[in-house]
Design a protein around this ligand. Sequence first.
Ligand code: FES
Length: 366
Amino acid sequence: MSTSQTEWHRVGPVEELKQTELQEVRVEGKAVALSYREGKFGAVGGHCLHAGGPLGHGRLDGDRIVCPWHGWKVNRCDGLTGSGQAGVEVYELKEEDGALWISTAPPTPRKPVNHEPHPLARPVKREPGPIRVVGISTTGMDAEEPRYSTSEALLEEALKHAAAQGCETKLIKLNELKFKHCEGYYSKSAKACTWPCTLTQMDDEDNLEPVYEAFVHWADVSLIATPIRWGVASSLYFKMAERMNCVQNQITINDRVLIQNKVASFIITGGQDNVQGVAGQMLTFFSELGFTFPQFPYVAHSRGWSAEDMENNIKYVQQSEHLRQGACELVDRAVAKAKTLLESSECKTKIGRGGRKAGGGAVDAR
Ligand code: FES
């Protein structure tokens, strides 16, 4: 509702507005975070500097508005962040005839955060070079006192084989990375789940970056190895999987497929059964991220439900030429699939340059 003096917008009765510490109001279609504390109103731009979170739906911590998405803070009156270097817009207010009015003149301008984008945010472009294979070991163990892991041993075998075939290889043990559980920002709003992951950007102690780097940028083939724990993949596997929400979510909110022309395959071992259940979950999950699979995309081993003599399980895997060969053949199939995908993507790119629309979306897969 506006008065005939169009430069002021009537927000509402002062006494009523005083009852709410922080709220969102709309002025000429724009969201404004209106606050009232210790006898004073404040009105600042309603979109957070970080990723546009709705400041008016946050909370006050003293005179600072805490964004409801990831907790960034700005002053409720001058709009500035703690450093004072950046800030949201500030609106002029006046009280008249028992009502609060907000100026419709342009507010003081927003001062964006001035820092380099996170390295993971760079465009996805395959760098030239041989096929690159990352192995992700998801078994949990004491890194100081490592034990023999059947899934990790087969993964190492596969990587050794891939290297001997001329691939670049890398092994990442989740067990050696310190990383946080997913905070579930997605549950607040789809747009609150950012790429790169907000935890990766905001928390120097969080160390999942090598996994994101490998999945999204570096590797053509991702080999994920897991033990079977109570009929499912390892807890570290699921901890990592939850953190991949930011990759999948880019498809949902930005139509941006970060994973293209990449292959995933799996090594699954356990003292007890449910191999197909574990493989089914992994296949579904990695397909949702955008990976493709070779024919027969996993190798697995289990001696069955009643085989509790785990020392014999270790012995079996250590002595099994068949399993080692299976792991090597798996990586061969995955590498062959990756080559086919890359060749086909190069072909499409060339056709695209010739005047037809190239395949693929946001990713340059040359
Ligand atoms: S803290 Fe506000 S959008 Fe991230």
